[in-house]
Design a protein around this ligand. Structure first.
Ligand SMILES: *Cc1c(COP(=O)(O)O)cnc(C)c1O
Length: 380
């Protein structure tokens, strides 16, 4: 029987049929570093928890199922997942990226640049931009859609055609929409990255990451790197992730519903100059996002009229928390220029519009009237 995603977040059908000791309904936390061997040269299926652990394996199967992946590794952070992904490449390889990636990814790419990988950044919502940058050394496209924080939308199906023509790997960081709204492997991605810290966990209490592979061959390489490097998620954090995932669908729906209303409200304010939200009809990526995703999510960026307005808002919000990160049940607001994108070169930030008037909000599940009231009083 084929279940819908909401159901699959709660019941991992394949795993349920395997016997849990004592018939445990919730996956137990196997807080153990190693497993005894049943006989000489034999294995229970698990030997050492750096390589694999039953609690984590259950979580990995869940994520593979939700993303339509052959295999997934659960990592100690989103950055650890990105680091394993970059280890697949060799000196001299060239990667074409969305120009406004998560700031931590840009920082990591700068490190790899010193070790001989090359990165080009462009607005990947315009296919010709990417085409122009392809060389014989180009090995991958690295995409965020919608991008962080200016919400550029990249047409993944069109990009896949280009990737196939040139034999290029397509990597998508799907953190912003999660598999509830978007499944990049169905659209052609070879690898999907997640900061599990964000929507997948949803409760702002775990740091985690995932790297999902479309096919077995690349998954094997990743498994090898994973057990070698050891950036694995602990059994307890794996359990918290499983727990968080059960409510993914209901959280995402409510968060999106709130986000649409906040985006519209911001658009009606005289202090707000521009709203970046792919769920608004006047957003340049609205149509493409609608075609390839099942929703626009709950991340909103916006520009206000002055630096003073931005500061006033950050300092005066009471219910909404001024903090980095995103995707949880609590509404957060951040100042990308100095927080999430502080390490991005100034010229790049200004080109993207990440100025001292630019703010980013991650909308939570609070009552919409309370959120709007808070924004209203902070602007007063
Ligand atoms: C947060 C984030 C990351 C990094 O993940 P961590 O779990 O913080 O290491 C990567 N990509 C995106 C889009 C993010 O938002």
């Amino acid at each position: 029987m084929e279940y819908k995603l909401e159901t699959r977040c709660i019941h991992n059908v394949e795993q349920k049929s395997k016997n849990q000791p004592f018939g445990a309904v919730t996956v137990p936390i196997y807080q153990t570093a190693m497993f005894s061997h049943p006989g000489i040269g034999e294995s229970s299926g698990y030997d050492y928890s750096r390589e694999s652990n039953p609690t984590r394996a259950y979580l990995e199967e869940m994520i593979s199922d939700l993303e339509g992946a052959k295999d997934t590794v659960a990592c100690s952070s989103g950055m650890a997942a990105i680091s394993i992904c970059l280890s697949l490449f060799q000196t001299g390889d060239h990667i074409i990226c969305s120009e406004d990636l998560y700031g931590g990814s840009v920082r990591m790419f700068q490190q790899y640049e010193e070790r001989g990988l090359h990165f080009s950044y462009t607005n990947t919502s315009v296919l010709e931009n990417i085409e122009k940058l392809i060389t014989s050394a180009t090995k991958a496209f690295y995409i965020e859609t919608p991008s962080n924080p200016t919400m550029q939308v990249t047409d993944l199906v069109a990009l896949k055609k280009l990737a196939d023509t040139h034999g290029i790997l397509m990597i998508v960081d799907n953190t912003f929409l999660s598999p509830y709204f978007q499944t990049p492997i169905e659209l052609g991605a070879d690898l999907v990255i997640h900061s599990g810290t964000k929507f997948l966990n949803g409760h702002n209490d775990v740091i985690a990451g995932f790297l999902c592979s479309k096919d077995q061959e690349i998954a094997k390489k990743i498994r090898y790197l994973y057990k070698t490097v050891g950036s694995c998620l602990s059994p307890f954090d794996s359990y918290l992730m499983i727990r968080g995932l059960k409510t993914l669908a209901i959280r995402q729906e409510k968060q999106q519903n709130n986000a649409i209303q906040i985006a519209e409200w911001l658009g009606s304010r005289k202090e707000v100059v521009k709203v970046y939200y792919p769920g608004l009809k006047d957003h340049p990526g609205y149509e493409v996002n609608k075609r390839q995703a099942r929703g626009a999510g709950s991340m909103i960026s916006f520009a206000v009229n002055t630096k003073e307005t931005a500061e006033k808002l950050l300092q005066n919000v009471q219910l909404i928390t001024y903090a980095e990160s995103l995707g949880g049940v609590d509404t957060l607001i951040t100042y990308p220029m100095i927080q999430t994108h502080g390490d991005v070169p100034k010229e790049v930030r200004e080109h993207l519009g990440i100025t001292d008037r630019f703010l980013r909000m991650s909308v939570g599940i609070e009552h919409i009237e309370d959120l709007i009231k808070d924004l209203e009083q902070a602007l007063q």
